[in-house]
Design a protein around this ligand. Structure first.
Ligand SMILES: [Zn+2]
Length: 165
């Protein structure tokens, strides 16, 4: 598979942690929390999303075995291994679109000036950061603080390990 950035995903509840990471990398990702797998399949079909799941029963569904719908059976219980499997399988770009989507609501983030966030972030953050983005849906503000750096560092590490295989 070539380098594609247009993949969209739907993540089953049994691998829910993947949703946040895929959004962090800028991949449009829904988190499926319902009980009825069929609903997830329908959504994936309607919205052209790839299913990520640990449930092998889903993989046996006709729409998937016949190739109408793409799905990946996640092999490991380990969150890092799970991320690595997805990144490798779809050859995901771990850098190009970092922090362009809200980690909570999957909405595209909008750039904000320092002045716009002045009274909405801690004073220390306001003093030390220059770049801010905001989610139009939940109004959460993101900046390149320690949490951001930590997540980026972990992604870089995974990407490096994958490349070195
Ligand atoms: Zn949000």
């Amino acid at each position: 598979m070539g380098l594609r950035t247009e993949y969209k995903f739907i993540v089953d509840h049994n691998v829910g942690k993947l949703a946040k990471w895929l959004r962090m990398m800028g991949y449009d990702t829904l988190f499926f929390t319902g009980d009825d797998d069929w609903q997830m399949v329908i959504t994936a079909l309607n919205e052209d999303r790839v299913i990520l799941t640990r449930d092998s029963h889903i993989m046996n569904r006709g729409v998937i075995t016949r190739g109408r719908l793409k799905a990946l059976l996640i092999q490991s219980e380990n969150p890092d291994e799970q991320k690595r499997q997805v990144i490798e399988t779809f050859n995901l770009d771990t850098r190009a679109r970092l922090f362009t989507l809200c980690l909570e609501c999957n909405q595209p983030l909008g750039k904000r000036t320092k002045e716009q966030v002045k009274d909405r972030v801690p004073p220390y953050v306001f003093q030390t950061q220059d770049q801010f983005v905001e989610c139009p849906s939940c109004n959460r503000i993101y900046w390149k603080g320690t949490h951001w750096q930590e997540m980026t560092r972990r992604l870089e590490k995974l990407a490096t390990e994958s490349a070195g295989k």
